[in-house]
Design a binder for this molecule. Structure first.
Ligand code: OOB
Length: 575
């Protein structure tokens, strides 16, 4: 029994639920999601936003233009580098190996790798053959991987042997056993019973179908599936096309001043949209710059890399920005190559933002983005006040912004309201999720971000809060409903409600209010935390605090009031 959720039935929509109706938004065959209506697509092409380019072509062109320039550095455990030519060739060799194993256009491939060079190789190899990477995060565990593989009907799963003490090979075997479509498991490192990725690339680059441009994916087609932060029981998948994502890269590069001299440190997980495209490692490669992978984002790991590799730019979530700011004063490392640090993913406090530039001796840029599309940046020529007090303005003149009240009416200029957006790189619907799309998008195609914002007279957005039921734990997004569903499966739990509590370092932590069953026997917070962990989900989803209550506060209509629970959580001295 879960009476806690305000949302409708979270049951997944199936592949067949995107059936066309006269009022349904435009869809592209094989896309499995609503897409931009023809008049919008034409407008974005005419404006030069959509250039008719694919990722496979992009790397090929960069490799032709400057073959010997270093594209990628993986410093650990021993320093490896790839020139643009080597990366291009490597992508071809892997692509032909994947193709020889029957992978091809439209096949979903769940990618679950930390920040290693193979991640970049595999992404470009999949782009080449038109297979679609599904970007899992390194923190994800068996439960999430199982869901991604099943829901996307994945043909392959790419992971590594061990990472941060976890062996991924046995869970991979179990997932494969239970997922009929999953024909291949490729492993970076020791493969166990699976196929070594190194062996796939051994195939000589034969006639890869995708090296012939006419056989490769079209620019308006899907390039990959990103994960949404999510507010529902399971994360939704975000279908991004070559055209739309490349536009966000080029726009980001222009705003951030990315060029061939840029050396971008991938401190956050490479699979996340922020370090991937804002401007991130893909933006850096698109500009002919150098990508430096960072195995862990802590100052002790990252600072020596900044110094040794001459890093000029990176992107951090606010808690990390705070750590870097505090560690800078005492470090023996030379950080003078750093020119720009982007901070986003969660609200960055003004007080912390003011300290970054003096501490690190570089510029700060705030970024307020979402994997669904819209990305806002403060600008390099903004004054300090704007940079530390706002979350920036959109990339594109064609990003449409509406700030509305609960009834979707525009609020007066400068007032706070719900942010709705539509534009050349914001999706028109999630992948295979028709029912959810009806809630998350307006009939005229605006995405309901769930964020509460106001606009300054200068046109910058300030994030004021959130209307969606989500916890933003230092940039890691938790859907309370997902954790509630897990806890409800515990035999001694009668009811549960998971909410955010303010936290000085992370911004927010998670708190599970639990009503135990009368006959459930003794129950301790640690039991429930362990129960969540043992369900095989990412560690950041385990509630930080568990508190037992006898009942939940109700709304006027008798539903559980999360608003009242949140304010109780925020004011309780013990949290
Ligand atoms: C980024 O993407 P997601 O998809 O993990 O999360 C998006 C959500 C936003 O809707 C907002 O609620 C929150 O994260 N958020 C911020 C923020 N940046 C993101 N909230 C307050 N201040 C900010 N600066 O998080 C993401 C994607 C691309 C670039 C940067 C971040």
């Amino acid at each position: 029994m879960n009476s806690l959720s305000d949302s409708a039935n979270p049951v997944e929509d199936g592949p067949s639920s995107e059936s066309a109706s006269p009022t349904a938004p435009a869809t592209t065959p094989g896309l499995d999601a609503p897409t931009w209506p023809a008049e919008f697509a034409e407008r974005y092409r005419a404006a030069g936003h959509w250039r008719g380019e694919t990722f496979g072509q992009l790397l090929r062109e960069r490799a032709a233009a400057h073959p010997d320039r270093i594209a990628l550095v993986d410093p650990a455990p021993r320093r490896r580098t790839w020139t643009y030519r080597e990366l291009d060739e490597r992508a071809d060799r892997l692509a032909s190996g994947f193709a020889a194993r029957g992978l091809g256009r439209g096949d979903r491939v769940v990618l679950h790798l930390p920040n290693v060079g193979e991640f970049v190789e595999v992404v470009f190899a999949l782009f080449r053959i038109g297979a679609l990477p599904v970007f899992a995060l390194p923190a994800h565990r068996e439960a999430e991987i199982r869901h991604f593989c099943a829901f996307t009907e994945a043909a392959a799963y790419v992971t590594c042997d061990r990472h941060t003490g976890w062996d991924h090979r046995e869970p991979a075997s179990r997932v494969q056993r239970d997922t009929p479509t999953l024909r291949h498991v490729f492993v970076v490192g020791e493969p166990g019973t699976h196929t070594a990725l190194a062996q796939v690339a051994e195939a000589a680059p034969g006639s890869v179908p995708a090296t012939c441009p006419s056989a490769g994916p079209e620019p308006h087609e899907l390039a990959f599936l990103q994960l949404s932060g999510g507010t529902t029981g399971t994360p939704k998948l975000i279908p991004r096309t070559h055209d739309d994502y490349l536009y966000s890269l080029h726009g980001s590069n222009e705003i951030c001043g990315v060029d061939e001299h840029t050396r971008y440190l991938v401190a956050l997980p490479a699979a996340h949209n922020f370090p991937m495209s804002s401007p991130g490692w893909l933006g850096t490669l698109a500009a002919g710059g150098r990508v430096v992978l960072c195995p862990r984002p802590d100052p002790a790991t990252a600072f020596p890399l900044v110094a040794r590799e001459g890093v000029t730019m990176t992107g951090l979530v606010p808690p990390l920005a705070l750590l870097w700011t505090e560690a800078a004063a005492g470090t023996p490392e030379d950080l003078r190559s750093l020119e720009l640090v982007l901070v986003g993913g969660a609200k960055y406090s003004e007080e912390a933002a003011r300290r970054l530039e003096p501490a690190l001796g570089c510029r700060l840029m705030q970024v307020f983005g979402m994997a669904e599309g819209l990305v806002n940046y403060t600008r390099l020529d903004d004054d300090t006040e704007t940079v530390v007090t706002t979350q920036g303005r959109p990339i594109s003149p064609d990003d449409e912004i509406r700030i509305v009240d609960d009834a979707d009416r525009e609020v007066p200029e400068g007032a706070s309201g719900h942010l709705l957006t539509r534009g050349p790189y914001t999706i028109r619907g999630y992948w295979r999720a028709a029912r959810h799309n009806a809630r998350s998008f307006t009939p005229d195609g605006f995405y309901r971000t769930g964020d509460l914002v106001r606009r300054t007279p200068g046109g910058h957005l300030v994030v004021e809060g959130r209307a969606k039921d989500q916890i933003n734990r230092g940039g890691e997004k938790i859907a309370p409903e997902e954790v509630e569903n897990i806890l409800l499966a515990h035999p001694a739990v009668h009811d549960v409600s998971v909410v955010a509590v303010p936290d000085a370092y992370l911004g927010e932590r998670s708190l599970a209010y639990v009503v135990p069953r009368a006959d459930g026997g003794p129950l301790k917070p640690a039991d429930l935390k362990r129960f969540v962990r043992e369900r095989g989900v990412a560690a950041y989803k385990v509630p930080d605090v568990v508190e037992f209550v006898t009942a939940f506060p109700q709304t006027g209509v008798g539903k559980v009031s999360k608003t009242k629970l949140r304010s109780a959580a925020a004011t309780a001295p013990q949290h």
